[in-house]
Structure formats: C-alpha cells, structure tokens
Write a protein that binds this ligand. Structure first.
Ligand code: C2E
Ligand code: MG
Ligand code: MG
Ligand code: MG
Length: 292
C-alpha cells in the first residue's frame, strides 16, 4: 500500500546508492554556488596558425578559483554538469563571460577570436541558439563571428540528428563550430559530413602517439585528408613538444594548440604572451617542405 504511493515511491534503500546520490547532489550545489559567487574564471590557450605565423584564436578553459582548495581544473568538477540544469547554468556563465571578454579585448584594441566549450545537449535542444540571440542583443558591439563553439564529438547528443540543423541556425548568427576531441567518438565519414563545423580538432592522444605509433600516425593522416576534402580546417591539440610540431607541420597541419606553444594562461599572462608572440622561423621552412 504505502510504498507505491506518494513521494516515497522512489525511495532508495541501498545505502551505497544513497551516499552516491548525496555526494552528487553536494557537488551540484557546490558548483552552482561557485557560479553564483563568481568563483569561476577562464584561462586562455592560444591556437597558432603556423603558415601565417600568427595567433589564430584562443580557447577559453574554465577554472574554479576555490576559496580553500586553490585553482581547480574542470576534470575535478565537471561531473556535476551531468545534471542538465547545471549544464545549462555553466554554459550560460561560459557564454556570457565569453561575450564580456570579447567586449573587453575589443575595447583594449586586441580582437582575438575566442572558442568556448559547450555541452552538445544544449546545442541539440535549441537552448544555445536562443542564448546566443539574447547575448548578441545585449552585447551589441561584439562581432559574433569572433565566437567559436567547441562541441565534443564523443557524446550521444552530438549524434542527435537535430545537431546539424542547430549548428546551421547558430551559423546564421555568425557563430562558428569546432568538433572537439575528434577521433575518440563515432568518427564515421557520415557523422563528420553531417556536422557542419568549420574546424575539426584532432584529439591529443593521436597527436602525441603519432610520433611512435604508425597506426596513430595513419589516423592523423586520414583525418587531415578527410577534413581537407570536406573543406574543414584541422587543429591539432596537445602539441607538447617540438617533435610533435615538426611532424604535424610536415604533414600539412597548420593550426596547432598545446603546451609547446603555450599552456592555458590567466588573462593578463595570455595578453602579454600574445603581445610578445613571434613566429618560429622553422615553421615557414617546414611548411614549404610539407606535402599538403
Ligand atoms: P578540451 O576542450 O579538449 O581542452 C583541452 C584540454 O587539454 C585542456 O584541459 C587543456 O588544458 C589541455 N591541454 C592543452 N594543451 C595540452 C598539451 O599540450 N598537453 C596536455 N597533456 N594537455 C593539454 P582542461 O583545461 O583541464 O579541460 C579539460 C576539458 O574540460 C576540456 O577539454 C573541455 O572538454 C572541458 N571544459 C573546459 N572548459 C569548459 C567550459 O567552460 N565548459 C564546459 N562545458 N567544458 C569545459
Ligand atoms: Mg575544447
Ligand atoms: Mg579537446
Ligand atoms: Mg578533451
């Protein structure tokens, strides 16, 4: 009688599960409060165009400036965004902060395109398109084509058939897209064809292993060939060493991101890195020898 009625229907009796739920709820509340208390900040990591010898754009990566733990990386708190409400709350913060940043940089005279990471579920649902419209209206001076949205390839939401149309809707507002961590998900030809993103980011695992492993090298080669055929630009992520740089450039990959160029940096450090940036003379030499 009683168990099947009222709000006790879903009572969890397994104490382990109950503890997991409590822990998860605590994480959700903590991150939600961190957003309200303005404890989140961006670090910025450049993507470099080695052919043109210039900075292509920057990726904004969230950090939690925690009052007692210090600087926390997304891997330690993004789990809470499995909850759809919190995912929208974080992405709302991310987009608003990106527009504020673009406005600030523009006022200071440096217009660097900015990429943000957004949960593909918020793209598929149409939420992103709406949110972008609101922000474009609010930040009238910001050129929306300076904003790029990175979506992970590896999630079910990205395979949702609505995603292609949602991307096109946002493109009409001027916003571009990049497929993040390409190669780790359902990297089929059809899938890539159906995702109208301008950029494809090869996952760092392939980039790093291509040095020693012929299969990873073949994957990088294949992604470069396919993306070029489909008219997408390829960005290599996780370029950690000069050897990685040399290999990718000789394969004709001209957009590089990784520790060997710059780590994700706090805003003031990023801006001074940018002001002091000089292209490496090796880039042009290697590029002229490349196959592509
Ligand atoms: P991602 O978008 O693939 O970002 C690249 C990650 O690789 C970043 O880690 C970056 O710090 C790291 N990285 C960059 N260069 C190198 C390198 O040369 N070597 C190595 N080993 N790592 C490198 P981070 O900042 O910890 O971010 C992890 C992930 O968290 C991101 O992966 C992204 O999926 C997610 N994320 C970051 N910021 C946000 C955000 O604002 N919103 C959402 N929803 N997700 C975010
Ligand atoms: Mg990313
Ligand atoms: Mg990535
Ligand atoms: Mg990643």
């Amino acid at each position: 009688q009683s168990k099947l009625q009222g709000k006790n229907r879903y009572t969890v009796f397994n104490p382990k599960t109950e503890l997991a739920i409590t822990t998860f709820n605590n994480k959700i509340n903590a991150l939600s409060e961190a957003i309200d208390n303005e404890e989140l900040i961006f670090h910025f990591q450049p993507k470099v165009d080695v052919v043109r010898g210039q900075i292509h754009s920057a990726e904004a990566l969230v950090r939690w400036n925690h009052p007692t733990d210090g600087l926390r990386l997304p891997g330690s708190f993004l789990e809470a965004t499995e909850h759809p409400d919190l995912s929208r709350k974080l992405d709302g913060w991310t987009l608003a902060t990106a527009f504020q940043t673009l406005e600030r940089w523009q006022t200071a005279g440096h217009s660097v395109p900015l990429s943000v990471n957004i949960d593909p579920r918020n793209l598929a649902s149409g939420w992103l398109h709406n949110e972008l419209k609101v922000l474009i209206g609010r930040f009238e001076t910001v050129d929306p084509s300076l904003l790029d949205v990175e979506v992970l390839e590896s999630t079910d939401a990205t395979r949702d058939r609505k995603v292609g149309d949602a991307i096109l809707d946002c493109n009409r507002l001027g916003v571009t897209f990049s497929i993040d961590d390409f190669g780790t998900g359902y990297s089929t030809l059809t899938h890539l064809r159906n995702l109208p993103a301008t950029h494809v980011k090869i996952d760092q695992s392939f980039v790093q292993n291509a040095i020693n492993n012929l299969e990873d090298l073949a994957i990088v080669e294949a992604v470069l060939g396919l993306a070029t055929t489909l008219n997408r630009e390829v960005i290599a992520e996780g370029v950690e060493t000069k050897d990685h740089q040399n290999l990718l450039i000789s394969m004709g990959c001209s957009l590089l991101q990784g520790y060997s160029l710059a780590r994700p940096l706090p805003e003031t450090h990023f801006l001074s890195w940018q002001a002091q940036f000089v292209p490496d003379p090796d880039w042009a030499r290697l590029m002229s020898l490349s196959k592509r």
